[in-house]
Design a binder for this molecule. Structure first.
Ligand code: FAD
Length: 485
């Protein structure tokens, strides 16, 4: 049994902690924030709950491997999962297209929207089915036994869609509605394969929302860790890792305390891991990832409103009018409503949240601006005002009916999780790359392991769970090697 100290109680850190205990190790997690969960979080604003994270959780289909992992982690298994009719709907000029849970409905809707695009629509739908068949992400009703022959047959499809971005995929269609439906969820830079995986997952009933959403899931994971005998320290910020002769000996905290450990798992953003805690340059491969791959963040607003007033459900995306585009430096607005979470708002009320993606540069500007609290608050106020105007413009029935609950930005993420540009997913998965996991070992330090979503693009909750588990598997191997020596 090894004594493992984990820095960071996001999903990666909680996963490392739970798997450490399941493997019989002594596990302690130290988290700088006042609660566990990292980005998997939410907060109260009066009688309303603002949810920060789960739009879809890959792994809610019990026939998948991810589901088993979530059950190990206490995240699923004991709660209801909400599986909506649609994941998102895009609207343009009064016409709508949705990522419906039934792939045949999507096909019909796309064909009705643009008969001219029949060939490309059928190819796209067939690609989604191919991915469901070979990847094990769509549960027993969709996944087929995929031997070598099936994989070889699927190869041309995989190559075609892996080789282009979502923006390039969109241009294969004549219909502007389909083009924007394709790019509206993830933007134009992701590999088209990433979008196909999202379709394959949701249509495989494998992308639901567990009851209680983000905070509910974080709490269940925290409880699981504690019930297994793990120790969790909150408001405990690691500031330095002491090491000598290739061995890390202890972690120093901002409250001037130290904790010793046989192994240290760093479950934070790599910038914090290398530049703050280890005080050494990032390895070449990770440096290249930072230089070559894009990251994104977002700013968001939450509003209270009456339940009866909403002219959309689930996630709804639309192109914002030209006059607002330059001011918000974005093309689309994503709005969500939370009628599936009855406890998030008082009876008869609902919450809507808007999400606007922003570039790394804009994210850095937010972070810089926050140093001047007054100007930062002023900017947030202006954003909220513009967002209200856009929503009222789009849905006149909501005029005067929205009450602002909160505005949060990349500076919020930077402050709470420490992510350098406030980014909350990993690197954007570019075209022509096959997702692979970066090495979790730290050069010249045998007992320090990384566990962060940044080890595999595009990050997200299942990757965070996976890297936490992998950190403990690495430690197990090291322990076995020590016993043999
Ligand atoms: C708006 C939004 C929507 C999202 N939607 C989805 C979705 O629908 N599906 C999905 O799969 N994913 C989604 N994600 C992404 C998901 O939240 C992340 O991929 C995941 O939470 C990352 O987990 P992590 O543990 O690797 O990192 P983090 O969540 O960043 O956790 C790192 C932890 O380390 C702590 N820490 C940092 N420095 C220190 C220190 N020095 N000492 C101690 N502790 C420290 C931080 O406080 C934090 O708790 C979304 C995220 C956001 C913000």
């Amino acid at each position: 049994m090894a004594k493992i100290l984990i820095i960071g109680a996001g999903v990666s850190g909680l996963s490392a902690g739970i798997y450490a205990r399941l493997n019989g190790h002594d596990a302690t997690i130290c988290e700088k924030h006042f609660n566990a969960g990292g980005n998997l979080t939410g907060w109260q604003r009066g009688e309303y709950h603002v949810d920060n994270c789960i739009h879809w959780l890959t792994g809610t289909n019990p026939a998948t491997q991810d589901y088993k992992t979530w059950c190990d982690l206490g995240a699923l298994g004991s709660v209801n999962v909400y599986q909506g009719e649609t994941l998102y709907t895009f609207e343009q000029d009064g016409l709508r297209l949705s990522l419906n849970k039934d792939l045949e409905v999507i096909k019909e809707d796309m064909l009705n929207a643009s008969p001219l695009d029949e060939k490309e629509i059928k190819a796209f739908i067939s690609a989604v089915k191919t991915v469901q068949g070979i990847m094990g992400i769509a549960g027993k009703n969709h996944d087929k036994k995929s031997g070598v022959a099936a994989k070889l047959t699927a190869l041309p499809t995989l190559i075609k869609y892996n080789g282009i971005t979502t923006g390039e995929l969109a241009l294969k269609f004549y219909s502007p509605l389909i083009q924007n439906f394709i790019t509206s969820l993830m933007g134009e830079e992701f590999s088209a394969m990433a979008l196909i995986v999202v379709f394959a997952t949701f249509c495989g009933e494998n992308g639901g929302i567990p009851e209680g959403s983000s905070v509910g899931m974080a709490k269940r994971m925290e409880n699981r860790f504690k019930e297994l005998g793990g120790k969790l320290y909150l408001k405990k910020e690691a500031v330095n890792i002491k090491y000598e002769n290739g061995v890390a000996t202890q972690v120093e905290f901002s409250d001037n305390t130290t904790l010793p450990a046989d192994y240290i798992v760093i479950a934070t953003d790599p910038e914090i891991a290398y530049h703050k805690l280890l005080k050494q340059p990032m390895p070449k491969q990770l440096t290249q990832y930072y230089a070559q791959n894009t990251r994104f963040s977002s700013y968001q607003c939450a509003f209270a409103c009456d339940k009866s007033e909403l002219p959309f459900s689930a996630d709804f995306i639309f192109e914002i009018p030209k006059k607002y585009k330059a001011k918000l430096r974005t093309k689309n607005l994503i709005i969500r409503e939370f009628s599936h979470e009855k406890s998030f708002a008082p009876k008869g009320k609902n919450i809507i949240q808007t999400l606007t993606f922003c570039s790394e540069k804009d994210a850095r500007d937010f972070i810089k601006l926050r140093k001047d609290k007054e100007k930062y608050e002023e900017k947030k106020g202006k954003i909220a005002q513009l967002i209200v105007e856009i929503i009222e413009d789009k849905f006149p029935t909501l005029k005067g009916k929205l009450t602002l609950l909160d505005v949060w930005t990349p500076a919020t993420y930077n402050r709470y999780t420490g992510a350098e540009t406030g980014s909350f997913m990993g690197f954007i998965l570019p075209a022509k790359t096959i997702p692979h996991t970066l090495d979790n070992k730290v050069k010249n330090l045998n007992n320090v392991i990384l566990a962060t979503q940044w080890l595999q693009s595009p990050g997200g909750l299942p990757i965070a769970a996976k890297v936490g588990k992998a950190a403990i598997e690495t430690i197990n191997k090291k322990e076995k090697a020590l016993q043999r020596a």
